[in-house]
Design a protein around this ligand. Structure first.
Ligand SMILES: Cc1cc2nc3c(=O)[nH]c(=O)nc-3n(C[C@H](O)[C@H](O)[C@H](O)COP(=O)(O)O)c2cc1C
Length: 179
């Protein structure tokens, strides 16, 4: 039988919410990835320059899990350094990864410089065939149509119990079906 584990990093809560939702639906554990230095500046610089400062040890053994579901924001078109550090550190024992991101990039801008396609490619490079699925949950899915071009609304809106809607639920159910 498959053993699932959800791992996440989140700065402002949206990816924590996404991770907990996935964990609820799968009935599995949800574990936060903790960087050694969790300041905005460290995470931003290490993500931008691909030079992570490492992550704290996990209290669980990844060998025990056949499927990892990883949730993380995207910054500068990249997966955040705590997640790339985690992958580099544990790659040998990771079997299959399903990646989900609540990000700023919309589906129609996914191929732009900071769109989620570049993060997808980065993860393919990091994980090779171990990456089974990648799904984005653009924050625009929970923003009213007339605020979609409002940068402030984009930056201040979080995915949460108050904002989740049928578009996100549908995407989530489709993501779960791929597991
Ligand atoms: C410094 C910074 C850079 C960002 N860069 C991107 C980006 O390149 N592409 C993108 O899709 N979203 C980008 N975002 C938006 C975040 O991915 C989005 O707000 C995400 O939902 C935050 O997740 P969290 O609440 O779990 O921390 C950026 C946000 C910040 C703060």
């Amino acid at each position: 039988m498959e053993k699932n584990l959800v791992l996440y990093y989140s700065k402002t809560g949206s990816n924590r919410f996404l991770a907990e939702k996935i964990g609820e639906k799968l009935g599995c554990g949800v574990v936060e990835v903790k960087p050694r230095f969790n300041s905005f500046l460290y995470i931003a610089l290490s993500t931008a320059f691909n030079r992570g400062f490492g992550v704290k040890g996990l209290d669980i053994d990844l060998n025990d899990y056949s499927r990892l579901i990883i949730c993380s924001p995207i910054w500068f078109g990249k997966v955040l350094s705590p997640i790339s550090d985690l992958i580099s550190k544990h790659k040998a024992v990771i079997s299959r990864v399903y990646f989900a991101s609540c990000c700023g990039s919309s589906d129609d801008k996914k191929d732009e410089k900071f769109g989620y396609s570049s993060t997808h490619n980065q993860l393919k490079e990091l994980l090779g065939e171990k990456l089974i699925n990648f799904e984005a949950f653009p924050i625009g899915l929970v923003i009213p149509q007339d605020k979609l071009n409002d940068d402030k609304a984009m930056m201040n809106t979080r995915l949460s119990e108050d904002t989740i809607n049928s578009s996100v639920e549908k995407r989530l159910d489709n993501f779960i079906k791929t597991l």
